[in-house]
Design a protein around this ligand. Structure first.
Ligand code: G6P
Length: 579
């Protein structure tokens, strides 16, 4: 979703902002803009990709702000792109989040003579500041913040000073502190090229940055915020010879799985609290919710602890059991629904944990305790390695809590991950790429794997794909089956096998072409399949997780063959910071 960058120092601010926005591209956007102080406020706005407009940006000045916009209020257009100015054009503002009471504020401002050019909620902010501004930008911003309802991370500049004023409430904002230069950004990635020293601003913070230094206010108080060190490497956010970030990130999975699994034991007291839990609720969205479903299955079947997954956006409508442990799972740590759900859980007295991939993210400040996945930065909108890292973390938690019952499964996954990444899925791609609808099916642990496989396919290939528990097909989806509705089935030796085989036969009887991910040497499954993908002969648990990687590759190769924008699929955002 929207990304913001601000620079104050000795370099050309527009260049730093543009490079920074390119680093935030992965979040998803449909237009972008930059403003610099040179000495008056100069703006550049455009729709579409930054790379296409790169050579047309000629803004001077060493103080500037930039923004990538993912449309919420108003269509993607130059007019609706940030930054926005006030009536005088002396102030410019970029904003990430949603101002919920903007309509009322806009009406009042119009009554007082302000004119608006866009349909956005953001545009009220520069006009409100304009009314308060009498030479001290920081004071003026502080005065208008109480009027804003909703979430925001904002950066404000004025032509009168070399200064950036920043405020945060509910949307992420990081301040990078270099040598005689400062960079604000929505996350650490744009900052890495300049410095590793950062401050994660807290909700309610107001930061005033000038060439003389920075001051952070919280209410009327000046506060000291701890500096943190960005752990990621600038090399991690380059494609490194791969055609897409998604492919690169998929190939990182063997390392990510092992790194994450081996880090879980570092937190024994936390694991004890999970082991002693009467019940566990997990809140998450998208791919993280699918990884959470893997955890719920393992926790219930291996450890016998009642565990449920509630989609974060639905959590507020559910009761929280007394003494429940609530775990929020989120790659970014910035998903608004997940943060909101964890806050509710905390208010209701639950013990709150989070599992995230991003150090210092908002979720880590809400949860009482944090586990980190060790996936490194994930740039592709479609989550791959972060899913595998979440699964690794969860499997290791279950393994430790159960006294080592998953040790073999974990070892098998580690052993075969590099191999399954090399599988040839071309025949499967041929079978699905022209279909209008695909059904993904599995049972037991393969059910969340089917959900995740279908999610990957629809996200990046735009083919309608749905994941089902195989037993549910007869309760409706069977009506869709025909020779033009391919089915992708995970059918592995183990407790689910006999019924899965029956299901494959039933679907075959309805003429559905079948892609079957089974165990190598399973002649029955191979015979029924139109395309058979042989997985190693491993446990059903290990096989299901290995199947998820093959399904990622199937989605990836299908998307490539269809020519979609694999890393930045249409309409999607990596980090969904609005509810
Ligand atoms: C967005 C992303 C998905 C992701 C979901 C949850 O929709 O496009 O890939 O699974 O958000 O994100 P989180 O960062 O909370 O895991």
């Amino acid at each position: 979703m929207c990304g913001i960058v601000g620079y104050l120092g000795y370099r050309q601010a527009a260049e730093v902002c543009m490079e920074g926005l390119l680093r935030l591209e992965y979040r998803g956007y449909d237009s972008f803009g930059i403003a610099t102080v040179s000495p008056e406020i100069t703006l550049f706005k455009e729709t579409g990709k930054i790379s296409a407009a790169k050579d047309s940006i000629h803004l001077n000045g060493t103080c500037g702000i930039g923004h990538t916009r993912w449309a919420t209020h108003g269509v993607p257009s130059k007019t609706n792109a940030h930054p926005f100015t006030d009536c005088t054009g002396k102030l410019a503002v970029v904003h990430n989040g949603i101002i919920e009471n903007y309509a009322q504020l806009k009406r009042e401002l119009e009554e007082r003579g302000h004119t608006f050019v866009s349909e956005t909620d953001t545009e009220v902010i520069p006009h409100l500041i304009e009314e308060q501004y009498a030479g001290n930008l920081c004071e003026a911003v502080a005065k208008i913040l109480p009027l804003l309802e909703g979430a925001y991370a904002i950066l404000v500049i004025t032509e009168d000073t070399q200064e950036i004023v920043a405020a945060r409430k509910g949307s992420p904002l990081v301040l990078g502190i270099g040598d005689n230069e400062y960079i604000f950004a929505s996350d650490g990635l744009p900052i890495l090229d300049y410095t590793r020293r950062v401050i994660y601003l807290e909700d309610g913070d107001l930061a005033d940055v000038t060439p003389a230094g920075y001051t952070i206010y919280h209410g009327a108080e000046v506060v000291e915020r701890k500096t943190a060190v960005l752990e990621w490497d600038a090399a991690d956010i380059r494609k490194g010879g791969f055609a897409h970030y998604m492919l690169k990130e998929m190939y990182e999975q063997p390392e990510v799985f092992s790194n994450t699994a081996s880090s879980i034991a570092e937190n024994p007291s936390l694991l004890c609290r999970l082991r002693d839990a009467r019940s566990i609720t997990i809140v998450a969205c998208g791919t993280s919710a699918n990884a959470a479903t893997v955890f719920a299955y393992l926790m219930e079947t291996v450890c016998g602890i009642p565990t449920r997954v509630v989609l974060a956006s639905e959590f507020k409508y559910y009761p929280t059991p007394k003494n429940d442990v609530v775990i929020a799972v989120s790659q970014s740590g910035e998903t608004a629904d997940t943060i909101a759900a964890l806050k509710i859980a905390k208010e209701k007295g639950a013990k709150t944990f989070c599992l995230t991939n991003v150090l210092g993210s908002s979720l880590t400040r809400t949860a009482e305790t944090t586990f980190y996945t060790r996936a490194g930065p994930e740039v592709s909108v479609a989550a791959t390695k972060s899913f595998t890292a979440q699964v690794a973390a969860f499997m290791e938690m279950v393994n430790i809590i159960s006294g080592g019952k998953l040790t073999e499964d974990i070892a098998e996954i580690q052993r075969y991950l590099p191999e399954v990444l090399e599988y040839d899925v071309d025949a499967a791609v041929e079978l699905v790429k022209d279909a209008a609808t695909l059904l993904y099916v599995g049972r037991g642990l393969s059910y969340p794997i089917a959900l995740e496989g279908a999610l990957k396919m629809k996200e990046i290939s735009y083919i309608h794909a749905e994941g089902y528990a195989a037993g549910e097909l007869k309760h409706g989806p069977f009506a869709l089956l025909s020779e033009s509705t391919p089915v992708v089935a995970v059918c592995l030796s183990g407790i689910t096998y006999p019924v899965m085989m029956s299901n494959l036969k039933e679907m075959k009887a309805r003429c559905a072409p079948e892609i079957v991910l089974g165990n190598a040497g399973d002649l029955d499954a191979e015979e029924i399949a139109d395309v058979f993908i042989p997985l190693p002969k491993v446990s059903e648990i290990a096989g299901s997780i290995l199947a998820s990687v093959v399904l990622q590759m199937l989605a990836y190769k299908t998307a490539v063959s269809l020519g979609t924008d694999v890393d930045m699929p249409r309409n999607l955002a990596k980090s969904v910071t609005v509810e």
